[in-house]
Design a protein around this ligand. Structure first.
Ligand code: ADP
Ligand code: ADP
Ligand code: MG
Length: 494
């Protein structure tokens, strides 16, 4: 592999290019008209415009991307996450054109891309499944009889769903008919496939997922679990590794179960097997994500493995250079996703220009970002600005480190999830580990951030008065007043 085209944008494109560069591989960026000045374009050795802002005409445009791969002479493509990463048609096309796709086979993508086909495949391997229907349900009477068996509340899920979309909770029988219709038409509109199925709705679950790597020689290893229960709209915002509710025995069991899932579809490359775990620590297979995951850095921090490099080596046909026994957990890692969203307003995207951008730094801190100060966040794509990752010897120190890092992180111009994440990390329920996927609903009220905000504003006003008195107007102290975080406040008192 001499030249790798990264068919993605933002932080993940940059993250992939970094590893490729360290391996002596030339990197190629593609970009839409909205991304002409984006940082992933500047990070690459070469960059090509592929179309208008709308992703359907750029980052999802298979023909155009294949054309660029051929004209620039790249021999491989890495799709990152989202966009074409789980698109079997794209994978098949690459194969036909003789381009190495850094990812699994189109067949594995196809099986795991359909939640129903995935359940069917893993069933033979004794993988525990959430009680529910085996196939698609479209008939109300069938739905009613399944509901009798598994009870309410239940969940109607789109087989082709993803990104937390295509799910409907049904609390009682009277709602079943309408919800079934709604779910089917939503699934058809959003995913082009109206197949839905019914699952028991686990009322107080944790989301636990296992990172796996499989090479083309039949070796598959698990790189332990990630705990991703802090979610909003069924989408993760804070992830950590390892999980504090998983002991060594369970870790081995669930890890080996994930390897079985990978075996069931002849999986190669990096993948994630997602499980849902109930209060009694029973775990059930949810789905497999056939790509590099947003939250992969927490696994990198605790295992010391560069997952992108491993992906590239596997795609080149190399055998894994380590065994399951070689893998050890070192310390604890936490990631918070920094979205341009307003937690005070139902986490609605808050796009605009990043007027001030100061990254945290110091021991155990990693920032994977896609923007610099002065950049605008386009409305066309996912509003994630960056991922802030910390690594420390244990969970408590990781939490303290993350809070310190969040306080250092200064983003002005758009609203972000930073203050919200700090609130979560500081919450006693997060600290004691007794939380589930409903943390946000059960423990978060926008007012909690409002009072933090007004404390900071009050402090900023005091500081402004203080500085007026001292006639201090250096740019540095101006910044301190504007930001008003605790860290800066404490620094000023020194
Ligand atoms: P992860 O599982 O890595 O935490 P998500 O499930 O949130 O990540 O998905 C990562 C990205 O891919 C997000 O931008 C999400 O919107 C997008 N995505 C995932 N699956 C689909 C899908 N089936 N259709 C459209 N977008 C998807
Ligand atoms: P997606 O493809 O959108 O990621 P998943 O099946 O992985 O869909 O589910 C996403 C999230 O939805 C899970 O992390 C969990 O919070 C919730 N969820 C999914 N299935 C269930 C279930 N049976 N009971 C309770 N919550 C569920
Ligand atoms: Mg999922």
């Amino acid at each position: 592999m001499k030249k790798l085209l990264v068919a993605n944008r933002g932080e993940i494109a940059i993250r992939i290019m970094r590893s490729a560069r360290e391996m002596g591989i030339r990197t190629v960026a593609v970009y839409s008209e909205a991304d002409r000045l984006s940082r992933h374009v500047l990070c690459a050795d070469e960059a090509y415009l592929i179309g208008p802002a709308a992703s359907a005409q750029s980052y999802l445009n298979v023909d155009k991307i294949i054309e660029v791969i051929k004209t620039c002479g790249a021999d491989a493509v890495h799709p990152g996450y989202g966009f074409l990463s789980e698109n079997a048609t794209f994978a098949r096309r690459c194969k036909k054109e003789g381009i190495t796709l850094v990812g699994p086979s189109p067949e594995a993508m196809e099986v795991m891309g359909s939640k129903l086909a995935a359940k069917e495949a893993v069933k033979k391997f004794n993988v525990p499944l959430v009680p529910g229907t085996e196939g698609a349900v479209s008939d109300l009477n069938e739905a009613k009889s399944v509901a009798k068996e598994i009870g309410f509340p239940l969940l109607i899920k789109a087989s082709a769903g993803g990104g937390g979309k295509g799910m409907r909770i049904v609390e009682k029988e009277e709602e079943l008919e309408e919800m079934l219709k709604l779910a089917m038409s939503e699934a058809k509109n959003a995913f082009g496939d109206s197949s839905v199925f019914i699952e028991r709705y686990i009322t107080s679950p944790k989301h636990i997922e296992v990172q796996i790597l499989g090479d083309q020689h039949g070796n598959i290893v698990y790189l332990f679990e990630r705990e991703c229960s802090i979610q909003r709209r069924h989408q993760k915002v804070i992830e950590e590794a390892p999980s504090m509710v998983v002991n060594d025995k369970l870790r081995k069991e669930i890890g080996e179960c994930a390897v079985m899932v990978a075996k069931s579809c002849g999986y190669t490359n990096a993948g994630t097997v997602e499980f849902i775990m109930d209060e009694s620590k029973n775990y059930f297979f949810l789905e497999m994500n056939t790509r590099l995951q947003v939250e992969h850095p927490v696994t990198e921090m605790i295992t010391g493995k560069d997952l992108v490099k491993e992906q590239i080596k596997i795609a080149r046909g190399e055998a894994l250079s380590f065994t399951q026994e070689d893998l050890k957990i070192n310390g604890h890692a936490i990631e918070v996703r920094v979205y341009a969203e307003d937690p005070m307003n139902n986490f609605l995207p808050d796009i605009g220009t990043i007027e001030q951008y100061i990254r945290p730094d110091g021991i155990g801190i990693r920032v994977d970002d896609g923007y610099v100060q002065g950049d605008s966040i386009p409305i066309y794509y996912d509003p994630m600005i960056s991922k802030l990752i910390v690594h420390a010897p244990n969970r408590n120190e990781a939490i303290e480190r993350m809070i310190r890092a969040i306080e250092e992180y200064q983003i002005q111009g758009v609203k972000t999830t930073l203050a919200f994440c700090k609130m979560v990390l500081d919450h006693k329920v997060f600290r004691n580990g007794k939380f589930d996927t409903h943390f946000v609903k059960n423990h978060f009220k926008p007012e909690m951030l409002q009072s933090a905000d007004s404390d900071e504003m009050e402090m900023a006003a005091l500081l402004a008065a203080f500085m007026q008195q001292n006639k201090s107007t250096s740019p540095q102290t101006k910044g301190l007043v504007a930001s008003g975080s605790n860290w800066k406040k404490n620094r000023l008192q020194d």
